[in-house]
Design a protein around this ligand. Sequence first.
Ligand SMILES: NC(=O)c1ccc[n+]([C@@H]2O[C@H](COP(=O)([O-])OP(=O)(O)OC[C@H]3O[C@@H](n4cnc5c(N)ncnc54)[C@H](OP(=O)(O)O)[C@@H]3O)[C@@H](O)[C@H]2O)c1
Length: 315
Amino acid sequence: MSRAIVAPEYGEPDVLQFVEVGTPAPGEGEVTIAVRAAGVNPADLKRLRGEFGRNEASLPLRLGSEIAGVVTAVGADAVGPAGPVAVGDEVIGFRVSGGYSEEVTVAAASVLPKPAGLSFEQGAGLLAVGVTAEHLLQAAAVGAGDRVIVHGASGGVGSIAVQLALLQGAVVVGTAGKAHQEAVRALGATPVEYGPGLEARIRAIFPGGADAALDTIGTDEAVDTSVALVDDRRRIVTINAFRRAAELGFKSLGSGPGADPGSAVRMAARLPLIELAGRGKLAVHVARTFPLAQAAGALEFVASGHPGGKVILLP
Ligand SMILES: NC(=O)c1ccc[n+]([C@@H]2O[C@H](COP(=O)([O-])OP(=O)(O)OC[C@H]3O[C@@H](n4cnc5c(N)ncnc54)[C@H](OP(=O)(O)O)[C@@H]3O)[C@@H](O)[C@H]2O)c1
């Protein structure tokens, strides 16, 4: 038996329980992983709150879409995107279900090798945000010399989007709160504080406007600023402002209404992102770790909206 976090009902993090659960033996094409670190994402909180829909038949809910750990058992034909998976392999799992666990059995198709240069914590915090950031860049066709705005540059998705845009040769202005200005500068972007007057502050840096805007926030302020500064609406992309994207004719990505899920783009981005991070070209900043038993506290920290980096659970 191993232990896992479960939600017996939809609600706030205080409904979570840490209980004994069974881990099935791996079947064909599956592997069992001893979890060393599990990434916590805003999507986990939205799922817990029922914001992605409620289905009483899926209770108790098991949260967590990304993990890093060590393979303890493999079924027949356990082959992942990078090849066969073996007992003892240090791996990253994404997308998985129920990652807030000591042990999980998952499809080998979701299991990728963890480079030695990446810690378990960093490995568990890379892919959910990383594949979204890569999808944003591709949707906005970011390339060399582009002037790019990243709304939420201090966040999980935004900080990876900044780094990927810089690797493409773009020039980046990134919005963040006062406390995270230096963190955005350290990534290589020019930081700007969000809040009233945002458009003028960005225009002072990009007097001729910007070529693309990547919006991880979705506030009216982020949307209005993007529309004012970027002429080509096909190069404004949001992962949150679904209604306004439909109204104003720019792109939205993910699971919101009218959004492009981009599943193939996102799954194909996993190995290249791991390779970049393993070579030290892409930094995953872990803001805080919590023991697995304190998953509720970790989700409340994420709910603050200002975690300052990835939040990781340690079984
Ligand atoms: N559609 C999709 O496919 C998809 C995929 C992944 C994530 N998401 C969503 O995208 C959002 C960001 O995810 P994340 O993992 O990057 O979150 P995160 O790590 O918690 O980052 C939150 C970001 O929001 C900024 N922020 C907070 N309040 C703000 C405000 N009033 N105005 C402007 N910026 C503000 C924070 O800046 P400071 O901390 O500097 O204040 C920080 O940069 C979440 O809502 C998540 O659910 C969507």
